[in-house]
Design a protein around this ligand. Sequence first.
Ligand code: ZN
Length: 74
Amino acid sequence: MTQPHRIQSVCECQALLEAELDEQRLVLRGWARRPGGVPERAPANSIGHGDRIDVAWQCPLCGRNTLRSFHLAG
Ligand SMILES: [Zn+2]
């Protein structure tokens, strides 16, 4: 059994972006939250396979598409 990967980044509007990825690096769910605020669902997609992926969020708080690269170890 593999735990889902939880990744985080910060949008340019300072919202905290989070996503949960399955073993295939597909996004199970994504959300965004202002500091101290309530999480809101954020559409998110992962691009790439293996250890290095890009994840794109559509931030519900500012409407930006935010792309971030991640290195997933193990
Ligand atoms: Zn934002």
